[in-house]
Design a protein around this ligand. Structure first.
Ligand code: 0A1
Ligand code: ZN
Length: 876
């Protein structure tokens, strides 16, 4: 799982240098494999500094392959120590760009290769690496070729038998995919284990872990009565923090049986938490490996959002067992086949476990914060990309989150029952195969009796479609007419925009009561289309794209009065939230551009929400939140971060002052009792933090004291972090002690210490850049741990004011960090390019500074393919 912002200043583009281009891999160039490897035997003699890997591959020439095609085994940073073919020593091999070429002539052979690797120097965290005393692997997408020579592509499915041996003292626990079939002691204080995975799998799903670990051990009985042993492996002291993840795992296993009819297929399911991990987690068959932040939680150290993250990621990885493992991807262009579908599945699961409305608001917020900017920038690509240079760069919000929206639209268009018939057929038809997105769509059509011909354009079109909606009314005939039109931007690789199929859940609300006669699913599938509604005596209020039924930008020119009406009356919670966001956004963007705008109506709408006793507190907290500065920037032709910040702060201050008494009352009403993860307790914590932030926004004299008290009294991380976040923007005397106290309390807990770094990086204070630089030299900072790097620098790039400091210091800081990190961990380094890559969207001065920072990176010798691809596309 991933660890999860119109152009201006075009004239500058020509001046940009073009770094040397790496080789481009194209979807249209896919060729079926010339050789298959049905059986793999691996033998690992494990050691942190030296691990010897012996492989025994049963290779079979494809019947359709040309006779002369050599066997090509991918390798990255490997040298063969020995090569044997059919039992004989074999010297007729060459290394071409790291890959081993063997000119074999028969139809099948046994190839045995020995390599030696050094996990301790593997700073990329791809392949076999050392983390906190243990050895573990990460093979997706192309890490297996750093462990042994192999045709490292997802359409080669093999049965794996693995023997692993290592020091019993250092690695008392030896884990691999599948089931443990044998184990024993060896000479010299060593021991070994043999694992067999009965399910053929691609190499990217291989995993191995050796370490000093303890397990939270449990079990799950599947619906057919099979008992599955469940283990969550962690370091000794972390065991008490694994309960939430275990519950999430069992809930996921039950949910997948009930909702998709999918049962688990091994006797054992292992999860291991590791501290050093580039992404969120990995779905290796029977042995999921997780970034520890998505496993470890208790109320003292984890926020409610952390608890949700764990539930979602555990589910995501578990659901991959079918959508990804049993049916895998033919090639990496099909990544959204497993990722989009699996994100949709984990989103639906989390919504079922909690609140549909809150989950949808959160998912749309993520989509707009991470995917819309990607779709509008230089790195835009379709959910099924046409080409890449480095596949790691395509684990994107587009492939994952927009991919999930595309599946969600199929679900809306087909309805739950037909959708399920479609997925049943997909799983049946392609079980044990490496499939394509096209296979998925065809199965949905065949199984679900759907015509998705035109719908396919969602797979090939980059950019966020814009839909404009105009509602007119004829009082004489009582007819309301909705005129819709769609526009797809010409971005990226596809010159001719397609017509998209856009499902829009729509209702017409009575302008007095807010009631409606039922919602309709309108399907916009032409450039322009009209829909008529009879029996409308008065001009109704349009509620459209309810539940965010399509991932589009809606341009509906609704008046502030209509939006305010929807924000209080709409019975679709998402639409209600959306109307309030739109009302606030329209006001703020008008302020930034100096256009007159009515603030009172915004204040009235917020006031109405605050006095509506019927609103759930968690929903109220969402409703009264201002749109983020990044989102506001995305709505503007030219982004001026300072002007946006100023306008937003002013409105925040005004709301805070106007409703201060109300906020204080609500704050008191939300005072927590005994800690619980119940919806009600979580809602109280959420609203209390939002109220605290507003009280601070009112500049009240006691705001710092209130936040300090909350910080000191808190028995849970949600309250503690909420208070510290408010304090983080304040003067030294108010915040210093709290940060010190936090540090001293949690210095031994890496995940909590990450929060300490993050909150300082997100501070709006003028000295934040200086502080980030100082923190980079803090004894607890390390570039070797991706979580720590993201906590300090990733958060900083999300700081809407300080990253965009007019001096350009923030941009230079990130550029220098990327150059440094790239030599160590290219995959994580490349993830820092997109925030700079949006340079064309900013006002002239900043655009120039951002571009200069990118050019500095581009001019660095020996850049990785990962960073090079992102930088060159950003400057092109
Ligand atoms: N397939 C995983 C995500 C993932 C991809 C690449 C990785 O390499 C470092 C790690 C994880 C998922 O979607 O859960
Ligand atoms: Zn995934």
């Amino acid at each position: 799982m991933l660890d999860v912002q119109k152009t201006a200043n075009n004239e500058m583009a020509d001046a940009a240098p073009h770094p040397q281009e790496a080789r481009t891999i194209r979807r249209e160039d896919y060729r079926p494999p010339a050789w298959f490897v049905p059986e793999v035997h691996l033998d690992f003699q494990l050691g942190a500094e030296q691990t010897v890997v012996k492989s025994r591959l049963d290779v079979r020439r494809s019947k359709s392959a040309k006779y002369q095609e050599p066997l090509i085994l991918d390798g990255d940073d490997l040298l063969p120590v020995s090569v044997r073919v059919d039992g004989e020593s074999w010297t007729d091999w060459t290394l071409v760009e790291g890959a081993l070429h063997l000119p074999l002539t028969g139809a099948s052979h046994i190839v045995e290769i020995t390599v030696e690797i050094d996990p301790s120097t593997n700073t990329q965290l791809m392949g076999l690496y050392a983390s906190g005393g243990m050895l573990c692997t990460q093979c997706e997408a192309q890490g297996f070729r750093r462990i042994t020579f192999f045709p490292d592509r997802p359409d080669i499915l093999s049965r794996y038998t693995v023997r692993m041996e290592g020091s019993k003292a250092d690695y008392p626990v030896l884990l691999c995919n599948g089931d443990k079939t044998d184990a024993g002691d060896a000479d010299g204080g060593r021991h070994w284990a043999e694992w067999v995975d009965p399910w053929p799998k691609p190499s990217y799903l291989f995993a191995l872990v050796a370490g000093d670990l303890v397990a939270n051990n449990d079990s799950f009985t599947t619906r057919s009565g099979k008992e599955v042993e469940l283990n969550i492996w962690v370091r000794d002291g972390d065991l008490p923090r694994t309960g939430h993840a275990m519950k999430a795992l069992k809930d996921s296993m039950r949910w997948d049986e009930q909702v998709y009819g999918r049962e688990y297929d091994l006797q054992l399911f292992n999860i291991v938490a590791v501290s050093d991990f580039n992404m969120g987690a990995m779905e290796n068959k029977g042995l999921n490996i997780f970034n520890s932040r998505y496993i470890l939680a208790d109320p003292e150290v984890a926020t409610d959002a952390d608890f949700d993250g764990i539930e979602g990621v555990v589910a995501h990885e578990y659901f991959h067992n079918w959508s990804g493992n049993r049916v895998t991807c033919r090639d990496w262009f099909q990544l959204s086949l497993k990722e989009g579908f699996t994100v949709f599945r984990d989103q639906s699961f989390s919504a079922d476990m909690g609140s549909q409305a809150l989950k949808r608001i959160e998912d749309v917020r993520i989509l707009r914060a991470a995917q819309f900017p990607e779709d509008a920038g230089p790195l835009a690509h379709p959910i099924r990309p046409e080409s890449y240079q480095e596949i790691s760069n395509f684990y994107t919000a587009t492939v994952y989150n927009k991919g999930a929206e595309v599946i969600r639209m199929m679900h809306s268009l087909m309805g739950a029952d037909r959708f399920r018939k479609g997925t049943d057929l997909y799983f049946d038809r392609h079980d044990g195969e490496a499939a394509t997105c096209e296979d998925f769509v065809v199965a949905m059509e065949d199984g679900g009796d759907a015509d998705l011909r035109q719908f396919r354009s969602w797979y090939e079109t980059p950019g966020t479609p814009k839909v404009s909606a105009r509602l007119s009314h004829d009082p004489q005939s009582g007819t309301a007419t909705l005129n819709l039109s769609q526009q797809v931007a010409r971005t990226g690789e596809k010159p001719e925009p397609s017509q998209m199929v856009i499902p829009l859940r729509t209702a017409l609300l009575d302008p007095d009561s807010g009631e409606h006669e039922g919602e309709e699913l309108l399907v916009l599938d032409k450039p322009e289309q009209s829909f008529q509604f009879e029996g409308q005596t008065e001009h109704p209020i349009l509620s459209i794209n309810r539940g965010f039924s399509a991932p589009i930008i809606m341009e509906s020119s609704q008046t502030p009065e209509e939006l305010a009406f929807l924000s209080t009356h709409d019975d679709d919670p998402f639409a209600r939230f959306e109307a309030m966001q739109q009302l606030m956004t329209n006001y703020l963007t008008a302020r930034v551009t100096g256009t007159p705008a009515d603030r009172d109506i915004v204040l009235q709408a917020v006031g109405a929400a605050l006095s509506d006793e019927s609103i759930d507190r968690a929903f109220l907290a969402e409703l009264i939140l201002l749109p983020s500065e990044a989102f506001l920037g995305d709505q503007m032709v030219v982004v001026d971060p300072e002007a946006i910040h100023e306008a937003r702060e002013k409105l925040r201050g005004k709301i805070a002052v106007q409703f201060e008494r109300k906020f204080r009352r609500l704050y008191a009403q939300c005072t927590p009792g005994e800690f619980s993860l119940s919806a009600e307790a979580r809602a109280n914590r959420k609203l209390r933090n939002v109220c605290l932030a507003y009280i601070a926004g009112s500049q009240a004299d006691d705001a710092a004291a209130l936040a300090s008290d909350q910080f000191a009294d808190a028995d849970n991380m949600t309250a503690k972090q909420g208070a510290l976040s408010v304090l983080s923007h304040m003067e030294d005397k108010d915040r210093g002690w709290a940060f010190d106290d936090f540090y001293n309390t949690y210095r031994d807990n890496a995940l909590v210490l990450d929060k300490w770094f993050t909150l300082q990086s997100l501070s709006q204070r003028g000295d934040t850049v200086k502080r980030v630089k100082a923190l980079a030299g803090h004894p607890d900072f390390t570039m070797s741990n991706p979580n720590r790097v993201r906590a300090l620098y990733g958060s900083f790039t999300a700081n809407p004011v300080r990253f965009h400091d007019a001096s350009g210091e923030g941009y230079r800081l990130i550029a220098d960090m990327v150059i440094h990190l790239d030599a160590q961990n290219p995959q994580t380094a490349a993830r820092f390019i997109p925030p700079l890559g949006r340079w064309r969207r900013y006002e002239r001065g900043r655009a120039e500074l951002m571009r200069t920072a990118l050019e500095k990176i581009a001019a660095t010798p020996d850049l990785s393919k990962d960073v090079m691809e992102q930088v060159s596309k950003s400057l092109a």
